[in-house]
Design a protein around this ligand. Sequence first.
Ligand SMILES: NC(=O)C1=CN([C@@H]2O[C@H](COP(=O)(O)OP(=O)(O)OC[C@H]3O[C@@H](n4cnc5c(N)ncnc54)[C@H](OP(=O)(O)O)[C@@H]3O)[C@@H](O)[C@H]2O)C=CC1
Ligand SMILES: O=C(O)[C@@H]1CCC=N1
Length: 273
Amino acid sequence: MEHRNLAFIGAGNMSRSLISGLIKAGYPPSSIMAANPSKGKLSQLAKEFGIGVSQDNSEVANWAQVVVLAVKPQMMAEMLNALGQTAQLLSGKLLISIAAGLSVTRLTELTGQTRIIRTMPNTPSLLGLGMTGLYASSAINQDDRDYAEQMMQAVGKTLWLNDEDGINKITAAAGSAPAYFFLFMEAMAAHATALGFSAEEARLLVEQTALGAANMVSANPDVSLSELRAQVTSKGGTTAQAIAHFQAQALDTLVADAMNAALLRARELETQL
Ligand SMILES: NC(=O)C1=CN([C@@H]2O[C@H](COP(=O)(O)OP(=O)(O)OC[C@H]3O[C@@H](n4cnc5c(N)ncnc54)[C@H](OP(=O)(O)O)[C@@H]3O)[C@@H](O)[C@H]2O)C=CC1
Ligand SMILES: O=C(O)[C@@H]1CCC=N1
């Protein structure tokens, strides 16, 4: 992929995941910089990945051809205002936002720029196993689209969204979703411990089973999820009892409600920020 000078403003969990994935995919460390107010995360990133770092957002924005806006949504306005003459500083650069709940229109208001691509990655990008949704207005040229797509494909898979609300939907379905699986795994590990396994054993059981299940899905693209489930579920056996319990407790509805709660929050942020 093209190696433009790429700056991350905000060096938190998601930037770390993307930077790590990009470096593993061969993006040169000398073409990446990150800025953050506190020094600890920057020193760690510099040490681990050899990228350039600064506590000065203007310095990295000035150096960059592409600026990733990676602070918390609630911090974005303050950060962009504090950049000072943002319109001038960011002028001519491609801006890639990873923030939930900030529309392109709002980002344009805050930066004076229209060359903006909105994305929604997730933390498995750290391992090259990310899932990222991308949205760009029709004003964005093909080169910039290709760059953003290749950047995110270096850390996982991508899906272009035709309308901007698709970003909110993908936040509910993929951006937030690693946490849903972790929550489920936490619950399983807690109960495995209650059944008498040590914490290490419980983690091993949950981790290896989740990994195996995810790999079964990816190794069998033509087999439906329900068929994979059926292959585990012997008639009159143990799995059927557990599945019946989940279904009696309306797991489908619970999951749909939880995803809708994430979606509504993403839309709500768009009206507030
Ligand atoms: N985490 C996730 O799974 C995902 C997150 N996102 C989006 O990514 C963005 C970042 O989230 P995440 O990485 O989780 O959050 P973090 O809190 O881990 O990272 C945000 C970083 O921004 C830094 N920061 C705060 N103020 C400024 C400033 N004025 N200038 C520069 N940096 C600043 C913080 O520094 P310090 O801690 O030193 O104050 C922190 O390191 C959010 O907008 C979120 O919506 C999108 C997809 C998934
Ligand atoms: O929880 C959040 O708001 C962010 C967006 C998706 C994942 N983390």
